[in-house]
Design a protein around this ligand. Sequence first.
Ligand code: ADP
Length: 337
Amino acid sequence: MKVIAVFNAGSSSLKFSVFRHDNLELLHKGDVDVPDSKDGHKKALNEALTWISSQKELELSVAGHRVVHGKDRAKPVKITPEVLKELQSLIPLAPLHQPHNLSIIEELAKLHPNLPQIACFDTAFHRTQPKLAEMFALPRHFYDDGVKRYGYHGISYEYIASEIPKYAKVHEKVVVAHLGNGASLCAMKDLKSVATSMGFSTLDGLMMGTRTGVLDAGVILYLQQHLKMSVEAVSDLFYHKSGLLGVSGISNDMRTLEESKKPEAREAIDLFCRMAAQQLGGLIAILGGLDALVFTGGIGEHSERVRQGIIDYFAWISPPVYVIPTNEELVIARACR
Ligand code: ADP
């Protein structure tokens, strides 16, 4: 039986799924911890391949990968040496994710040179956005040089967009809130992205588990010029030590914060909801109304408290609210087929 393998390489884990090629039935799901990245990913890949070859009747026909950055690409692409080179040139745009995504592709190409490999991009879904949504108020040559808003979580948004008609009859103007460890909002007009809260990098927009979300650029100047923090220290602060973890001083995990009695935990959750509501309000203005608000991601799917904390800001329009579990792997498997 022909199968599709889907790989999602994060900074500390490799998730893999195996689907039947003919009907996209999910046959197996695995999650391998990868404490130290490069060798860890090789080991994780081997574990995934070993599972497939141990199932006598399965034949791997194509592999699909989540790749964070596709720059201006709006569609998945089949990997060739030229494409791989192009995607490697995007590493400076997504230094924390892109190298992991690509190392799996390279390793698999070494092991199975004839296996077709497909890359699906987190940025691709947002390429329907108008130019204004992508622009920063910087001198215009920066835009031409690629310093613009790309947006992320697009694979998840693509899945949700395909599900929304099953839930919401009216779906001309929808905002989807993908709230996980990473978190963002996407405004969709007729199920196509017209604006999103993440921008040039995955730091922008909502407060996240360990990331700041939107931040006055003057703070960056202050940290470097006045406090003399190094670029590496600032990067570590913004990506790994801020967000729910930094504000609470307790944890980046929403469940832990919900269980805590400490006022700092409560304040972190309140700030998370307030920042989400403030940016959601902006997206409603861009859409000119709201037919449906959809929650997804670990927090969006499971935290009644956070959902309610955000919705409370919108009592004056009381939008229809839906909770739709995301399925990024299925989007990648569809692209492979
Ligand atoms: P990732 O972005 O890494 O894929 P997830 O989408 O799995 O992350 O989301 C992880 C977040 O979801 C964590 O903050 C976790 O605490 C939160 N979460 C998961 N289940 C619950 C729950 N039952 N109640 C509150 N938060 C939850």
